[in-house]
Design a protein around this ligand. Structure first.
Ligand code: ADP
Ligand code: ASP
Ligand code: MG
Length: 813
């Protein structure tokens, strides 16, 4: 004997019913088929009831949808026309009854639990009736005669002994193919219609399987099996091949909707295995749930993660509780008396507080009954008021292997910590099959993703990148990432997932990763209107783990969102110098946030493009050295300009060429005014451990201020006036064998920038093209300072520097 249950997801349409018929036609043993209401019908019946009870006319529209859904299936069902007519009459009769009940509810504006139970029963009654016409060789048994319930606190529980007896009796003379409705039942004393709770068709099937000693219970749904997490939240969740009854109970009790929790006990009791199958992919093996679940074969530390989002935490707290016997007894007694179910309990050994997790719907009642119970203690002050925290979620990780593997709790909480999620309460039963914890609801998705990633996907590490700015640097970076993606995956098991791209006023977000082959078109076509604030909120709300914000703009407003992002544990990698050179307080706050949150704030490319300057300085300092002097040519643009000026290329043309070659800032005035070098020097000096502001830098400039005052067009027009002066200077320097270098310097607490004429013996004399040079004098590198020299500007080296910062976050070598 086999019991097969097909859920609403499997029987929503005539085509789906035909599909189910095909699946059951292959079964060669006695079979009981249990069916649910058509897809979403139970939800619609409840919504319609609520609207009608509230006197809202729109209940009629909702009801019409219910009617249409059934009428459509009747019309399309693969049966003869006379049969269809007969079926239509029967269906219409049920729908008329239902319509009358709704009218009554609408008129008296009242919906008793009894009426509500009656209304929802029509879902399964209609579906079973319609399906019975299609399964003409099946005998239909009236399940309301077979499953009898007791009632308490508005919930109905089956009387197992009685129901078992009734089912067994009914099957004594029944055929080998039986169809029954799931979910519905009747009260054993009043005979009124009841049900087994939302999702209860699974339970109906289990009760039949247990009563009839079936050899297997099959639950057919729209998923390939029991998954490692809800596939609607975690898109790379995988099917779990085997589960023990205990593991399955733990998972579904905690929100894995694929099985209604009470389903497991009746079959567990009789040692009848359960198989979860996909109606739409019957060839997939599904999940096998049994006593041993073949756990020993599985090496996985945990089997799955489940969660419930509508949680509240209630805490009874007070110094007067310490050492007093019976406080917990009173808490649970008061809750039990009021039918409130508790799914998590946490008490510290100091006994000063007890926290309990309840569903949001039960929270207000729970608080009021506890306040009543402890009224005296509260008035005396030995217990503080009962504290309610709402908008929480509870997550559980489950697996019998936890018993045999130390360190799982450590891994779990480390993962959460790294994602910046604080745990409000936690509980682990001594059976060590489940660790549960409570967090803010808004972090649920991120928590599930990071835990899933850390426990199941350890074969590779993922970094989720948001890239802002797709100009010369950003564009090059994306291209480099695109080219390197396969190699990084292969060599370092690192997956670089670009989940967001933005430029100007457009942003595109995609959790699954943006295809970098045509991201520009995607951004244009699917991008949303953006601003730094929209970007910030979008990224934070995406709630994604291992997130890195990559700023390839030169924008101040973009730099202003770093702090908010970092305080949500999002690392920042930036080619934008604004933040690191802004007010010292802001710079240090960002650095401290990164340290406190154990994330990264990296800006190696702020100075010397891809040259390893900041990293080198950090390494020197970390190893106990002290930087005493910095001398550097830090502007690739200015160096390019001074190296390019010749008798054929005047000053203004050299500036133009610097811009055209992508060396200069988008606005070359930032380079010429020395501003760019000032920023770089400030950043270096700060990284060397000194507190400086931009205003502290003494500037000896070579382009007078008036050239910077107007518009960019005026600048290009006027700058030519300086060509002849520079030509004179060039000729003179040529004869003296000297070169012009714009030098930045820090020494003895003083920062300065200015044009310097350097002779042939100076280390800065030979410095080609847009190269940078930096000479660092430290306590150790004193007589012969350390020199770093190379390309100091250019989109591709800068992009490579950004790329290398990103990779360093993944910690691969
Ligand atoms: P049915 O109508 O067949 O009873 P349900 O909607 O009750 O279907 O249950 C199936 C749904 O359970 C899936 O569509 C899936 O979104 C959800 N679900 C939640 N957690 C899990 C999980 N761990 N594994 C599989 N499905 C899950
Ligand atoms: N139709 C009922 C519900 O949606 C029972 C079930 O589908 O299992 O809750
Ligand atoms: Mg279900």
């Amino acid at each position: 004997m086999k019991v097969m249950k097909f859920g609403g997801t499997s029987v929503g349409s005539a085509a789906n019913i035909a599909n189910v018929k095909k699946i059951i036609s292959g079964v060669n043993e006695p079979i009981v088929v249990v069916v649910s209401a058509f897809k979403s019908i139970t939800d619609k019946l409840l919504t319609t009831s609520r609207l009608a009870a509230a006197g809202d006319y729109s209940y009629e529209r909702e009801f019409r949808e219910i009617v249409e859904q059934h009428v459509t299936v009747v019309c399309k069902l693969d049966i003869s026309e006379p049969q269809r007519e007969k079926l239509a009459v029967e269906v219409n009769k049920l729908l008329d009854e239902l319509s009358n009940i709704f009218k009554g509810v609408f008129l008296i504006n009242d919906l008793s639990p009894k009426t509500s139970d009656k209304i929802v029963s029509y879902g399964e009654r209609l579906s079973t009736l319609i399906i019975s016409y299609s399964f003409s060789d099946y005998e239909v048994l009236d399940v309301t005669e077979l499953i009898k319930t007791d009632s308490a606190f508005g919930k109905h529980t089956p009387d197992m002994e009685l129901s078992n007896k009734l089912i067994r009796n009914a099957f004594e003379n029944s055929s080998k193919k039986v169809l029954v409705a799931g979910f519905i039942s009747t009260c054993k004393t009043t005979g009124e219609i009841t049900n087994l709770g939302r999702g209860g068709s699974d339970y109906t099937a289990a009760i039949f399987a247990s009563a009839l000693d079936a050899n297997i219970l099959e639950i057919w749904s729209d998923v390939d099996g029991f998954m490692s997490a809800d596939p609607k939240v975690i898109n790379n969740a995988h099917v779990i091949e085997n589960l023990t009854f205990t593991e399955a109970t733990e998972l579904c009790n905690f929100g894995a909707k694929v099985i209604y929790p009470p389903t497991i006990f009746p079959v567990y009791h009789k040692n009848i295995p359960i198989r979860i199958k996909n109606t739409f992919k019957p060839e997939a093996p599904g999940t096998y749930i049994s006593h041993d679940g073949e756990i020993r074969k599985s090496k996985a530390m945990i089997k799955g993660i489940s969660s419930i989002s509508d949680s509240c935490l209630i805490t009874v707290q007070g110094l007067g509780m310490v050492g007093i016997i019976g406080v917990n007894f009173r808490i649970f007694r008061a809750l039990a008396k009021n039918g409130i179910s508790v799914f998590l309990v946490s008490q510290a050994s100091s006994e000063n507080s007890t926290s309990i997790g309840v569903r949001s719907a039960d929270a207000a009642l729970a608080v009021s009954v506890l306040e009543e119970e402890f009224e005296k203690e509260i008035s005396l002050g030995s217990i503080n008021r009962v504290l309610l925290e709402s908008e929480l979620a509870t997550v559980a990780i489950v697996g019998e292997n936890m018993k045999y593997t130390p360190g799982i709790a450590g891994k779990l909480f480390e993962t959460l910590g790294k994602s910046g999620i604080s745990v409000i309460a936690c509980a682990q039963g001594a059976s060590e099959v489940n660790i549960s914890f409570v967090i803010k609801n808004k972090y649920l998705r991120k928590a599930l993703n990071s835990i899933h990633d850390s426990f199941f996907l350890s074969e590779y590490k993922a970094l989720n990148l948001f890239i802002v700015g797709i100009g010369t640097v950003g564009g090059n970076l994306i291209e480099q990432i695109r080219q390197q993606q396969p190699k990084l995956m292969e060599q370092y098991a690192l997956k670089l997932n670009v989940v967001g791209i933005a430029r100007g006023r457009k942003a595109l977000f995609c959790r699954e990763g943006i295809n970098l082959d045509n991201y520009k078109t995607e951004l244009d076509e699917k991008g949303i209107t953006s601003s730094p604030e929209i970007l910030r909120d979008g990224i934070i709300n995406m709630n994604i783990f291992n997130a890195v914000f990559v700023d390839c703009t030169a924008s101040e407003p973009v730099s202003q969102i770093y702090g908010d992002l970092m305080s949500q544990n999002i690392s920042v990698v930036t080619a934008n110098k604004v933040a690191a050179s802004s007010a010292y307080d802001n710079y240090i706050k960002l650095k401290n946030t990164a340290r406190e949150r154990n994330i990264k704030f990296l800006f190696e490319t702020n100075v010397g493009a891809g040259l390893p300057i900041i990293n080198t300085m950090n390494s020197l300092i970390n190893s106990g050295d002290k930087i005493v002097k910095i001398e550097a040519v830090l502007s690739g643009t200015l160096n390019f300009i001074f190296n390019t000026i010749s008798k054929d290329i005047p000053f203004s043309k050299a500036i133009y060429l610097a811009k055209e070659s992508g060396y200069s800032e988008p606005d070359p005035r930032i380079d010429l005014s020395g501003m760019d070098v000032v920023r770089k020097l400030v950043i270096l000096t700060r990284e060397a451990g000194y507190q400086v502001e931009q205003a502290d830098v003494e500037k000896n400039l070579f382009v007078p201020q008036e050239y910077f005052n107007g518009t960019i067009e005026e600048f290009w027009a006027n700058i030519r006036q300086l060509d002849s002066e520079f030509e004179e200077r060039r000729k003179k320097l040529e004869s003296e064998h000297k070169h012009l270098r714009f030098v930045a310097k820090y020494e003895n607490g003083k920062c300065e920038v200015g044009l310097q004429e350097v002779g042939q013996n100076h280390p800065f004399y030979d410095l080609e093209g847009s190269n940078n040079i930096i000479q660092i004098t430290t306590e150790r590198y004193n007589e012969y300072p350390m020199i770093i020299k190379g390309y100091g500007a250019g989109a591709s080296v800068t992009a490579a520097g950004v790329f290398s910062d990103i990779i360093s976050i993944a910690n691969v070598r």
